[in-house]
Design a protein around this ligand. Sequence first.
Ligand SMILES: Cc1cc2nc3c(=O)[nH]c(=O)nc-3n(C[C@H](O)[C@H](O)[C@H](O)COP(=O)(O)OP(=O)(O)OC[C@H]3O[C@@H](n4cnc5c(N)ncnc54)[C@H](O)[C@@H]3O)c2cc1C
Length: 316
Amino acid sequence: MSKVGVFIEIVDQAPGKSMPGLISAASRGGDVVGLLLDGLAEKYKGSLEEYGLTELINLSAPNRVLSKHPEAAGHALAGAVKTFGLTALLGVSSPTGNDLLARAAISLKSPLALDCIDINFKENYVKKSHFSGKTIATLEIKATPFVCGIRPNSFEAVQNQVTCRVTDHSALSVGDDTITIIGVESSGGQKDLTEASVIITGGRPIGSIENFKLLDDCAKTLGAAVGASRAAVDLDYAPHSMQVGLTGKIVSPKLYIGCGLSGSAQHFAGMKGSQVIVAINTDKEAPIFTKSDYGIIGDLFEVVPALTKALKTGPP
Ligand SMILES: Cc1cc2nc3c(=O)[nH]c(=O)nc-3n(C[C@H](O)[C@H](O)[C@H](O)COP(=O)(O)OP(=O)(O)OC[C@H]3O[C@@H](n4cnc5c(N)ncnc54)[C@H](O)[C@@H]3O)c2cc1C
């Protein structure tokens, strides 16, 4: 049976939230083998074998902390693909995932497709959204192994309890380092947008940094991340790390609540993959309503606090 490798990305000291969905996607192609940098496989295997991970490989390299050396990590991932005879290497298309997958693909001289929203191992193709989400491209992959980044939340996690064994593997050749990650600073404790399953976003009418607290309060009751339109970011109401859209983050949550967004093509390019879109807008003719599953015609300064209250106390 074919074996598909999955790069297990650690976020906030645990496997990233998109890992179960990624493992489920990979299991369409055969047995799933997880590749984890710098150990801790024993600690994490319980949460991963629930979704069908049959083997977890602790990747290490002499005298290197792989997670701090992206070039070495790319080589180590590529080496593991060869050593363990993996037919493909998948990861989440996060900033770290895209970086390491691209490096591994170069090292393997393999085809690379990032930000894919579908994958078919039998017919060897992936699907990607192009031109601000207006078209879906189907790309045929003609070589094995290939490397593929999957857009977070593109696949439902399917429970498939198996027993996962842990294997240690030391990469012998990881090349020279020109880059060392000295530290990673989080952007003010905000929840990560790309992996969030619920997002509430504010547009231009939010009016100030302070008013984003309205969305923060609602987000807390929903366990949501808070996003912003480019108009809100350009007016300094929110940092660029919160921007959703063509020139911001690409997100694909289960629920997207847009507050005071007109529904521009550039904003939609970043959140079109959301499963359910709810729009709150004072203008019943706003374009966003034509692209939303649910629309609330109303002032966000009234609707959002009422929503937060209802979520806290339950329906009247
Ligand atoms: C190359 C390029 C890249 C871009 N990239 C991005 C990107 O990544 N992300 C992005 O978001 N945009 C991007 N834009 C900008 C985009 O074209 C729009 O200008 C922007 O998305 C509009 O932001 P908005 O919806 O917040 O504001 P507006 O377009 O001003 O819409 C505000 C909406 O709020 C409604 N409203 C007003 N008051 C209230 C209220 N009190 N309660 C409820 N509703 C209210 C209005 O009816 C209106 O529909 C890009 C543009 C270009 C040219």
